[in-house]
Write a protein that binds this ligand. Structure first.
Ligand code: NAI
Ligand code: MG
Length: 365
């Protein structure tokens, strides 16, 4: 028998429900490994970084945190942010530090309508809808360039500058990524979202790169929208969406809209990729740490489990990724739902059902 492939995973549960949902994803991953007949195993190292760590040490992560993570095959992340620590401190100190530190420049966020989940979208073909948001994840509005000054002028006189950075290189690689992804889909189509009427420098550059790159993909349909109109399009004509590529901020907002339309923020999965695989990629649900429901055991683990499936896919365990996604679908269709989508199940019960269904989809496939 061939040797067991061991994957080294860095686990960062983070804050609030981050730890709860990551625990569920790990249960699914470990179950798969234990039942893989020696094909693969996971070695998980836990890092206690987050707001509690900050309150103890004054740091969101160790100074050499990014270096500590460098040799892992992947990072599995919960969520960051908790009352008591300013959100910009927690986000920049951990999640954005990792995304930028590892140049995880492509953030993919599928929007899927799971069977059995009450519909928030009144659309005749809702069951057949699904699209992928491709978010530029390294620059744009989240470049962290700017500053505050002039507080010395007295109360009410301070200024802040927050610059958005658009590089031709950054635009090109994410747009190209979107086109390559579109080629793997049934309908080959890329929709580009900007606000280039008002943002006449960075986003016009984006549009020009989009036009140039699209010429190399004559087999892929294209479409371009301003972000405000795109928000309406998400609700009114979602059947037109296939691969949607947008800047860091715009895709962040649109992905919450997409997951809410699909039922709940708790359902949405995401992957922060360094597509060249120079550095480890990071997998996390779209939602935040949800302090309002933390510690109650009622959070929806599907976003985190779906993110684990994206991680399996990235590691080359394509069949296992598919199994997890099918088991999630079977679970919601059986009526196992958490409260955010109108059910009564708790976090663990959903995972129990998904794990139980893994063997059923295996034999059914
Ligand atoms: P949030 O996503 O944490 O919560 C928004 C709403 O959705 C809440 O009512 C919450 O209960 C609900 N929700 C989210 N995930 C859920 C789940 N799995 N199951 C059931 N309900 C769920 O966003 P919010 O409230 O704006 O931010 C809370 C904290 O999270 C802040 O500190 C923020 O900075 C941080 N945050 C972190 C992110 C990350 O680590 N990637 C992303 C977004 C926010
Ligand atoms: Mg967000």
């Amino acid at each position: 028998m061939s040797e067991t492939k061991k994957y080294k995973i860095a686990v960062i549960p983070g804050d609030g429900i981050g730890g709860e949902v990551v625990e569920q994803g790990l249960r699914v991953l470990n179950h798969l490994a234990e039942n893989s007949n020696g094909k693969f195993s996971f070695e998980n190292d836990f890092y206690p970084w987050g707001c509690e760590y900050y309150l103890k040490t004054g740091k969101m992560m160790d100074d050499d945190g990014v270096e500590k993570l460098r040799d892992y095959d992947a990072i599995y992340f919960g969520a960051v942010g908790f009352p008591g620590v300013p959100d910009h401190v927690s986000l920049w100190g951990l999640r954005l530090a990792i995304c930028q530190g590892f140049d995880q420049w492509a953030n993919i966020r599928p929007v899927e309508f799971l069977p059995g989940v009450p519909r928030r979208l009144n659309h005749p073909d809702v069951d057949s809808l699904n699209w992928i948001l491709v978010r530029e994840n390294s620059e744009g509005e989240y470049s962290g360039i700017g500053g505050r000054n002039f507080s010395g002028r007295g109360p009410g006189k301070e200024v802040a500058v927050q610059s958005a950075l658009f590089t031709e290189h950054g635009c090109e690689r994410i747009i190209r990524f979107a086109f390559d992804l579109a080629r793997t889909r049934k309908r080959k189509k890329v929709t580009s979202v900007t606000k280039s009427n008002a943002q006449q420098y960075g986003m016009v550059l984006w549009d020009e790169v989009f036009a140039r790159v699209s010429k190399e993909y004559p087999d892929v349909e294209t479409d371009q929208w301003l972000v405000d109109a795109m928000a309406a399009q998400f609700v009114l004509k979602p059947e037109e969406l296939e691969v949607v590529v947008a800047s860091n901020l715009f895709a962040d907002i649109l992905s919450d809209l997409g997951s809410a339309l699909a039922g709940s923020l708790g359902l949405a999965a995401s992957a922060n990729l360094n597509p060249e695989k120079r550095t480890p990629s990071m997998f996390e649900s779209v939602h935040g740490s949800a302090p309002d429901i933390a510690g109650q055991g009622i959070s929806n683990p599907i976003g985190a489990i779906g993110s684990a499936a994206l991680m399996l896919d990235h590691l080359g365990l394509t069949e296992e990724a598919e199994l997890v996604n099918e088991a999630i679908k079977m679970t919601t269709s059986q009526g196992y739902l958490t409260r955010d989508i109108g059910g009564t199940c708790n976090t663990e019960e959903i995972t129990d059902a998904i794990i139980g269904n893994l063997s059923k989809v295996k034999t059914g496939v």
